[in-house]
Design a protein around this ligand. Structure first.
Ligand code: PHB
Length: 389
């Protein structure tokens, strides 16, 4: 097989990249280790920044998003005895939209089907070769069990932090922070007990009330790293959520319901630089992981791709390497902004055993709630800086 851009990974980054390249007249083929069913069912993020929504709309992917996405003005920030609404519209004139990554992936999948995009699912042993030449290629074992090869002008790794592409980068710089806690996440078939997300600091640990629709709630609890999901019964989960989210305070109640999914998510920050070597580029989780507290992971992947698609179109179509040469440095500015914001939200809201940290966290929360300057910083980062920041 031969194509212009070989994309490794059919998650949101890889699918969106192929979509934007196609619209710019550049051809691509995607290879993916998982099955399409697995990729489309994988439960991940749920919050889209304004820039992400604008980009999806401009790319012709906004129809169901506009119909089913739930636009939020802000978030509730809470600690015992206090619940404060941070209004992004008032503060920075931007909104966020609740629309699951599963739905974004399905919309992208349908759009790629309609365009006749070639995606090879269920490949194994993917490897990239000759990235320092202008004839790089990808080898893999196809779904039929036979070795195969995809020749290209450029290879893009959208294959997450466990994929082969970032490992093919020679001498990268790597930064990592592993946090001593995880999130226990549930999906429940019950109407959300809140209009907008509640981020709650509590002495027992952080809790988050999010949602997927008017009938499906998504909630999280801070648990120690290494927690086994089996140690948390449904009753124990709802009890901890009720305590941490303040059930019964100021007339607010949490309505429990049937739990349909339960899992533990480890939390870490990770950045690998540069995002390009020769003809190999990285986008999304292949180059950076953020803890989920700021809802940045998917949005950051979209921001990478928003830069990379025009850069590759200019390189391959117009033989202009300027944007491709600038891609890594330009993308990393936003990556580090989001890495800092996600770390900041995480360390402000997750309890530790250190009483000094506790006082700093409560002071930070009071400042964000009381000061327009404090709240604006949170709002600007959460609702998302415009692309090109
Ligand atoms: C989610 O709905 O899954 C979600 C929302 C906000 C976050 C993280 C996850 O910060």
């Amino acid at each position: 097989m031969r194509t212009q851009v070989a994309i490794v990974g059919a998650g949101p980054a890889g699918l969106l990249l192929s979509h934007l390249l196609d619209r710019a007249g550049v051809e691509s083929v995607i290879v993916e280790t998982r099955s399409r069913e697995y990729v489309e069912a994988r439960i991940r993020a749920g919050i889209l920044e304004q820039s992400t929504v604008d980009l999806l709309r401009a790319a012709g992917l906004g129809e169901r998003l506009d119909r089913e996405g739930d636009v939020h003005r802000g978030i509730h920030l809470q600690w015992p005895g206090h619940r404060h609404h941070v209004d992004f519209v008032d503060l920075v004139g931007r909104t966020v939209t609740v629309y699951g990554q599963t739905e974004v992936t399905k919309d992208l999948g349908r759009a790629r089907d309609a365009a006749g995009q070639q995606i090879v699912y269920e490949v194994a042993d993917t490897a990239v070769h000759d990235i320092e030449t202008d004839r790089p290629y990808v080898t893999f074992i196809g779904p039929d069990g036979r070795p195969d090869r995809l020749d290209a002008d450029v290879v893009v790794g959208c294959d997450g932090s466990f994929g082969p592409c970032r490992r093919a980068m020679p001498d990268p710089s790597v930064w990592e922070r592993v946090y001593p806690y995880s999130w226990l996440g549930i999906l429940a078939d019950v109407a959300p007990s809140t209009d907008e997300l509640i981020y709650a600091w509590h002495p027992d640990g952080f809790a988050l009330h999010s949602m997927r629709s008017s009938t499906v709630s998504r909630l999280y609890l801070q648990v120690p790293a290494g927690t086994e999901v089996e140690t948390w019964s449904d009753d124990r989960i709802w009890e901890a959520l009720a305590t941490r989210l303040g059930h019964g305070e100021n007339g607010w109640t949490l309505t429990p319901g049937p739990i349909t999914e339960k899992s533990v998510l480890p939390m870490r920050s990770f950045v690998q630089e540069p995002l390009r070597h020769g003809r190999l580029f990285l986008a999304g989780d292949a180059a950076h992981i953020v803890p989920p507290t700021g809802a940045k992971g998917l949005n950051l992947a979209v921001a990478d791709v928003a830069l990379l698609a025009p850069a590759l179109a200019a390189l391959l179509r117009d033989k202009n390497p300027e944007l491709a040469d600038a891609y890594s440095d330009t993308a990393l500015r936003r990556v580090w902004r989001c890495t800092h914001f996600s770390w900041w939200m995480t360390t402000m809201l997750h309890t530790s055993a250190d009483p000094f940290d506790t006082q700093l966290q409560l002071s930070q929360l009071r400042w964000v709630a009381a000061s327009t300057a404090g709240a604006t910083g949170l709002a600007e980062n959460y609702a998302g800086l415009p692309f090109g920041y």
